[in-house]
Each structure stands twice: as structure tokens, then as C-alpha cells.
Ligand binder design. Structure first.
Ligand SMILES: Nc1nc2c(ncn2[C@@H]2O[C@H](COP(=O)(O)OP(=O)(O)O)[C@@H](O)[C@H]2O)c(=O)[nH]1
Ligand SMILES: [Mg+2]
Length: 237
């Protein structure tokens, strides 16, 4: 399976280099695409120096927009895209577990973090709440809907309509892919919280995620035209 790693990056110079080096040290290293989203630090330079392909936005547009641009740029280049964070919270050494799950038949493989005490308590609460809600909408087990460490088969990316956005894009992919009949699996990953800084803003991003869940609930009753078109294209793969 030809796998590409897609890293959305914002102000990520401190940790990104190590993530890239660890990806390149894997037994089957993936191609690496970094989407630098208007960072004011050396994010793009670090990525380029270490041989990654880099897409740069002039201003900050959000993680979801960066992922969408990355999926588009990688179209046709690989069988699967693994997304992982630039801040070292997603150990690159877990990537082969995602590939194994895809080879076993999954179209979307979600990283699953244990909600251990090293995850801040408000994050544990929000994560549990949004995962239950997402699982209900998707009609299947979703233990960690917010985890950005995932593998997406190219066929799923080609058929699942994805809206531009920030952190809500990840929830939308799960629910829409499940509704289109794609197979979802989970693999455990360690829960890493150290000195990295989160760019998630409670007042901006939590309402966006809740709004997206409400919209996806409504979509279950009245699918928008893009979902009707995707459904008409056939179920699953
Ligand atoms: N391209 C892009 N990446 C972002 C943006 N915000 C966060 N990221 C990246 O998305 C990943 C997760 O972001 P982070 O703020 O650490 O979220 P958290 O770990 O859920 O608190 C990291 O790789 C960030 O560098 C953004 O606005 N644009
Ligand atoms: Mg983070």
C-alpha cells in the first residue's frame, strides 16, 4: 500500500523536525506533505530542510482547511493518507498499525487515546461527550472522535464530501464516511501531553464542533445535495 503522511502544521517548528525524522526512520517511510498554515516561525523551513514536500498558506485558515488542501494535493499519488499532528502527540512509530488495519479491510482507521489523567480533565470530558455523540450519528463505535491521527483510504477521500473548516472536519469525515458505508476501525495510540501548545480556542472551536454535530444530526434526516450525490455513486468502496 502506498501511504502518504499529511501533517497540518501551525507554529510547529519546535516539534515538527523530530516528527519528520521519526517518520523517515520507519521501515517503510511514507511520502511526507506538510501544510504550513501561515506560521510565523520556521515551520516551513524545518520541513523543507528535512526533505518534506511543503504547501504554504499566506494566512492562517485552520486545521481542517489545511487537511482539505493536503488531501487534494495528494490525490492520485497514494492508496492511503495518514494524518498526524506536528506537535509530537502522535508517535510516528504507530503508523504501521494503521496500515495493518487498512490492509485488514478498514477504509478509515482512527487513533484511539486512552483518556488517562495526563489528558487535561476538560479535554477528557469534551472528548468523551463528543465521541459518544459522533458514535450515535455514525451508528458505530467511535471512542475518540477528536483524534487527528488517522488513516484514510484514497477511495474514501474521493467519495466523502468534506466541508472546509477548522477542528470540526474530523468529526464530519467519520459521520459521513460511516453513512456512505465505509468501514471504520480503531487502533490504540499513546496519550501524549507534554510541553506542546494547543491552538484550539474554546470560544471559537467548541461552538464550531457542536454546530457541526447538530448539522450532521439534521443531515441524517435531510441529506444535503453533495451527500445525495455521493450516495448515488454506490455504497462503501
Ligand atoms: N495547518 C494548520 N494546522 C493547525 C492549525 N491549528 C492547529 N494545527 C495543527 O493541528 C495539529 C493539532 O493541533 P493542536 O492545536 O495541537 O490541537 P490539540 O492537540 O487537539 O490541542 C497540530 O499538528 C497543529 O500544528 C491551523 O490553524 N492550521
Ligand atoms: Mg496538540
Amino acid at each position: 500500500m502506498r501511504v502518504a503522511a499529511l501533517i497540518p502544521a501551525y507554529q510547529a517548528a519546535a516539534h515538527l523536525g523530530e516528527v519528520i525524522l521519526r517518520l523517515r526512520a520507519l521501515p517503510a517511510p511514507p511520502d511526507i506533505l506538510v501544510v504550513d498554515d501561515g506560521s510565523r516561525d520556521a515551520t516551513a523551513e524545518v520541513a523543507r530542510q528535512l526533505g518534506a514536500r511543503v504547501l504554504c498558506f499566506a494566512g492562517n485558515r485552520g486545521k481542517g482547511n489545511a487537511l482539505l488542501a493536503g488531501f487534494e494535493a495528494l490525490r492520485g499519488d497514494c492508496d492511503a493518507v495518514v494524518t498526524l499532528d506536528a506537535d509530537g502527540q502522535h508517535p510516528p512509530e504507530c503508523l504501521p498499525d494503521f496500515v495493518r488495519a487498512a490492509e485488514a479491510g478498514a477504509d478509515l482507521v482512527l487513533g484511539r487515546r486512552e483518556r488517562t489523567p495526563n489528558m487535561p480533565w476538560e479535554r477528557r470530558f469534551a472528548n468523551d461527550f463528543s465521541s459518544r455523540w459522533t458514535a450515535m450519528l455514525a451508528g458505530q463505535t467511535v471512542s475518540d472522535s477528536q483524534c487527528g491521527y488517522r488513516l484514510h483510504r484514497s477511495a474514501l477521500l474521493a467519495r466523502t464530501p468534506i466541508s472546509p473548516g477548522r477542528y470540526e472536519l474530523e468529526t464530519e469525515i467519520i459521520v459521513r464516511a460511516a453513512r456512505l458505508g465505509f468501514r471504520i476501525a480503531e487502533v490504540p495510540i499513546p496519550t501524549v501531553y507534554a510541553n506542546e501548545e494547543s491552538h484550539m480556542r474554546k470560544t471559537r472551536d467548541v461552538p464550531r464542533i457542536v454546530g457541526s454535530l447538530l448539522r450532521l444530526g439534521f443531515e441524517g434526516v435531510a441529506p444535503p445535495p453533495e451527500m445525495r450525490r455521493a450516495r448515488a455513486g454506490g455504497g462503501g468502496r
